[in-house]
Ligand binder design. Structure first.
Ligand SMILES: NC(=O)c1ccc[n+]([C@@H]2O[C@H](COP(=O)([O-])OP(=O)(O)OC[C@H]3O[C@@H](n4cnc5c(N)ncnc54)[C@H](O)[C@@H]3O)[C@@H](O)[C@H]2O)c1
Length: 290
């Protein structure tokens, strides 16, 4: 079995690449590395490449301290490199893009990666909201493209949302379940749609919780406790909104409102709080005082 056959069969790629080694990219690179892949992270400049290297190195230290890896730090880091040259992706069977969530940047970066990839290699995006089918339309091999939506922080999260575009090859659905399992995580397979499954449901609950505060049904604490104690959510929808940022949630709600209709219309209380600078944890005040 050659390398491209083995990735198509769901085995973890022997060689993988990550474009953009920020918060998510470094987490993804670390996950691939400790699962046995040889990983290169490509960054836009020297300083960002160095920062990416340090982020992965620190995560490796933590994995060693928690005894979740059997290899030594030297063994692991021998299989890891950073670069500013996209040509380093030429031997990768899987490249995951994790540059900032800006449409033009995603398109130009994915096109640049595609140019150097092996014809059988798979390209994935870690986008949290952009249309996977839309991005695929900008590529020359849309069948070999899909979304792999990792969650933050990657080492602590066991979920990866696999987002299947309109043109994604059918065999990548099963194959991607295999890669996700090899990374020690669980796949949720979703056909490309606004908000995928996770953001759509998470935001739906949060918007309803906000309307309940607005209508005086209950306090933020009591609404959150209803979900934490009654439904075993680790954090209530309003505290989660404070942690994510009210401005971020408003942006997602506006996008879902545009694409999915009025049921995602942002409540007035959310718009007012954002206008007043009450953005949640990062500003010190949201549905809670931080
Ligand atoms: N942060 C989260 O909670 C989260 C969760 C899930 C998905 N995402 C998605 O992951 C992606 C990355 O988010 P992040 O939070 O890691 O962002 P980040 O800003 O921490 O990292 C982005 C990295 O990309 C690099 N970069 C920018 N332009 C580049 C280029 N042309 N070539 C190579 N590298 C380039 C930057 O130097 C930076 O290191 C986004 O699409 C985001 O929506 C984020």
């Amino acid at each position: 079995m050659n390398a491209s056959d083995s990735i198509a069969s769901g085995q973890l790629p022997q060689n993988s690449g990550v474009l953009g080694g920020g918060r998510m990219g470094a987490g993804i690179a670390h996950a691939l590395l400790i699962s046995g892949s040889t990983v290169v992270v490509v960054e836009r400049d020297e300083a960002s490449a160095q920062a990416a290297y340090e982020r992965v190195s620190e995560s490796v230290d933590k994995s060693i301290a928690r005894a979740v890896v059997s290899e030594s730090k030297d063994q692991l880091m021998q299989r890891f490199s950073v670069s500013m040259d996209y040509a380093q992706f030429a031997t990768a069977q899987l490249v995951i893009e994790a540059v900032p969530e800006i449409w033009e940047l995603k398109v130009s970066s994915l096109q640049a990666v595609e140019k150097v990839l092996d014809p059988d290699a798979v390209l994935a995006s870690n986008t949290s909201s952009l249309s996977v089918s839309g991005l695929a339309k900008e590529l020359t091999r849309p069948g070999k493209f899909l979304g792999l939506h990792f969650f933050n922080p990657v080492p602590a999260s066991t979920l990866i949302e696999v987002v299947i575009g309109e043109q994604t090859d059918e065999n990548l659905v099963e194959a991607s379940r295999g890669w996700v399992q090899a990374l020690g995580k669980t796949a949720v397979v979703v056909n490309d749609a606004p908000g995928f499954a996770s953001s759509r449901l998470g935001v739906a609950i949060a918007l309803e919780a906000m309307r309940m505060v607005e209508e005086g049904v209950a306090s933020a604490e009591d609404i959150d406790n209803a979900m934490v104690l009654g439904y075993k959510h680790p954090t209530g929808p309003l505290k989660t909104t404070d942690i994510v940022g009210l401005d971020v949630r408003l942006g997602i709600a506006e996008y879902l409102h545009e694409t999915l209709g009025d049921r995602f219309a942002p409540p007035q209380i959310l718009k007012d709080m954002v206008a007043q600078g009450e953005l949640g944890r990062k500003s010190g005040q949201g549905f809670y005082s931080w």
